[in-house]
Design a protein around this ligand. Structure first.
Ligand code: NI
Length: 140
């Protein structure tokens, strides 16, 4: 029997504050483009993170990946770094990168990808609100 390809998902949650701003632009242009997300004093979001890992079931364990290992990896690389932080002020990753949901998803992908065995494929879905979410990478 060929090993079956399958996908597992791990859902996590973190709270963080941010402010969207492009320092190369005028105050007016930043307000026009980023609206409330440009407020000087930051604001918070309850981010929902879904980490999607695909690959072949290990015939010995019957697992794709031990979810405890995946959960620990997300905790170490993402939650410990970003949970209850001001993304603009408290993190290296967003000191010079606008902390949009798009950029946060790419940063999270890179952090997990660096520690995840290369036999797995990885996708990140990040909800900034219940209605607004992004996915990275996109393939089509
Ligand atoms: Ni915002």
């Amino acid at each position: 029997m060929n090993n079956k390809r399958i996908t597992v998902f791990r859902k996590e949650h973190f709270n963080a504050a941010h402010r969207l701003n492009n320092p190369a632009w005028s105050v007016e242009r930043n307000k026009a483009v980023f609206g409330l997300c440009n407020n000087d004093n930051f604001h918070g979001h309850n981010y929902e993170l879904i980490v999607q890992v695909s690959g072949e079931i290990d015939p010995e364990t019957g697992y794709l990946i031990d979810l405890k290992i995946l959960s620990d990896l997300i905790k170490e690389e993402v939650l410990n770094r970003f949970d209850h932080k001001n993304l603009n002020l408290d993190t290296q990753e967003f000191k010079h990168l606008n902390p949009t949901a798009e950029n946060i998803a790419v940063v999270i992908y890179d952090l997990i990808r660096a520690k995840l065995d290369e036999r797995y494929t990885l996708k990140i879905r990040l909800y900034e609100t219940e209605r607004n979410f992004v996915e990275y990478p996109t393939e089509w």
